[in-house]
Design a protein around this ligand. Structure first.
Ligand code: NDP
Length: 396
């Protein structure tokens, strides 16, 4: 089953909600909206605990609702928005209610599995979802795609690779597609040896050579777990078998991904490496909008280079294939273990190479169940987090 995008005419004024508005994707979304304020009406903005940034954004966009997931921040948010018409709420359930509010376009940009309930709520009511929160699709892919199909929701991928594929993917003649080729910058440690990688610090890992992103995805880019999650995301989003999804290292990040057709044609989407292009694509969809992204100057760039990923140096890609092969809850187990391991690395509790060790061990150790409903998913998620934490603690 392929979920063919529902093309609806874009309303003159789009009613939007941004989940994770204070993060890297959220801020870049607001950067674009603030340049065309008449085109958008902001129904809801949400954050985890960054009340200062959230209140500032709510004032800028005259948001109807601002929600902070951390309940202890409720009063601080209320104080920060005193005297404005913005309604204030707190707690995980309030984030879900922000997704349920009356918007027709939602940016799903919470990081990690925490974004799942709100993204499902948006799909449930058939909204158009600009979809950055890849962990949601990795964990709950089949459940999410079924819901999207049943409710007539539209998923617009924000991830630059999936957005690129989306732009050149022939949804009506999918049998002509031979392969998806996801490009990967290779992250900051592409040229390091394994010995050197063992010593890298969180500060080095979050400094991506091309993209400026949140801490978790930056570490994921350095381990290539981000690409592993993207392979799984692509398998669910485009309903493609894992054998037909390849990864190609392309350090300049100009070609954002490609679709190879059976006749040998390869279609690619190119652009300057700036998330405001895919975000703008989703904001204006199905039209196009002006963005401040520097125009691509290929003559100036001169050369684009490519290499195959090194499986010895970056085993994460094999984990993605294994999780897809196992199916069911396996991708959720891998993603949850990775969330815990990345946080432990950022907290300096484990080393960089321990992340892949923990991911592989948890994926191998835990049994895989059929992904029948959300309860099964929650159980698998909790078991994977507990197992990863146990490994981290026993190592210290
Ligand atoms: P950030 O860490 O920069 O931002 C995360 C956002 O989620 C913040 O608004 C944060 O609030 C909020 N948040 C965190 N935890 C919770 C929680 N438990 N409940 C509710 N809200 C929460 O992440 P990014 O913007 O980098 O990434 C967001 C998603 O987009 C990820 O899934 C990532 O993989 C994906 N993505 C990101 C890209 C990028 O360029 N950054 C590119 C492609 C995909 P607060 O600020 O208060 O902590």
């Amino acid at each position: 089953m392929t979920v063919v995008p529902q093309i609806r005419p874009a309303p003159a004024r789009r009613k939007i909600a941004i989940l994770g508005s204070t993060g890297s994707v959220g801020r870049q979304t607001i950067d674009l909206i603030a340049r065309a304020p008449d085109a958008y009406e902001t129904v809801a903005l949400t954050a985890n605990k960054n009340v200062g940034a959230l209140a500032e954004q709510a004032r800028l966009l005259h948001a109807q609702m601002a929600v902070v997931a951390d309940e202890s921040q409720y009063q601080a948010l209320k104080d920060a928005l005193a005297g404005t018409p913005t309604k204030v709420a707190a707690g995980a359930q309030a984030v879900v209610e922000a997704a349920e509010a009356d918007s027709d376009w939602i940016m799903s940009a919470i990081v990690g599995a925490a974004g799942l309930p709100a993204t499902l709520a948006a799909a449930e009511r058939g909204a158009t979802i600009a979809f950055a929160n890849k962990e949601t699709l990795v964990c709950a892919g089949p459940l999410m795609m079924k819901l999207v199909a049943e409710r007539g929701a539209t998923l617009l991928p924000v991830d630059s690779e999936h957005n690129a594929i989306y732009q050149v993917f022939d949804f009506d003649h999918k049998d002509g597609i031979a392969r998806l080729i996801l490009t990967a910058s290779g992250g900051p440690f592409l040229s390091l040896s394994r010995e050197e990688m063992a010593k890298v610090t969180p500060e080095q890992a979050v400094k991506h050579p091309v993209w400026n992103m949140g801490a978790k995805i930056s570490v994921d880019s350095a381990t290539l777990m981000n690409k592993a999650l993207e392979v799984i995301e692509a398998a669910f989003l485009f309903q493609m078998p894992r054998e037909q999804i390849d990864v190609l290292v392309h350090p300049q990040s100009v070609i954002h991904s490609m679709v190879e057709y059976r006749d040998g044609s390869v279609l690619a989407q190119l652009g300057s490496p700036d998330m405001r292009t895919p975000i703008g694509f989703c904001l204006a969809w199905p039209r196009r909008m002006e963005t401040p992204v520097p125009k691509l100057d290929l003559a100036k760039i001169g050369q684009l280079t490519f290499q195959a990923p090194d499986p010895q140096k970056f085993p994460a890609l094999a984990f993605a294939q294994e999780a897809l092969r196992k199916g069911g809850t396996a991708p959720a187990i891998l993603s949850a273990a990775n969330e815990v391991a990345v946080q432990a690395f950022l907290d300096k509790r484990i080393g960089f190479l321990d992340i892949e060790r923990i991911n592989e061990a948890v994926l191998t150790a835990l049994p895989t169940a059929a992904l029948t409903d959300l309860d099964v998913l929650r159980e698998a998620d909790a078991a994977a987090r507990a197992k990863a934490e146990e490994m981290i603690t026993s190592r210290q």
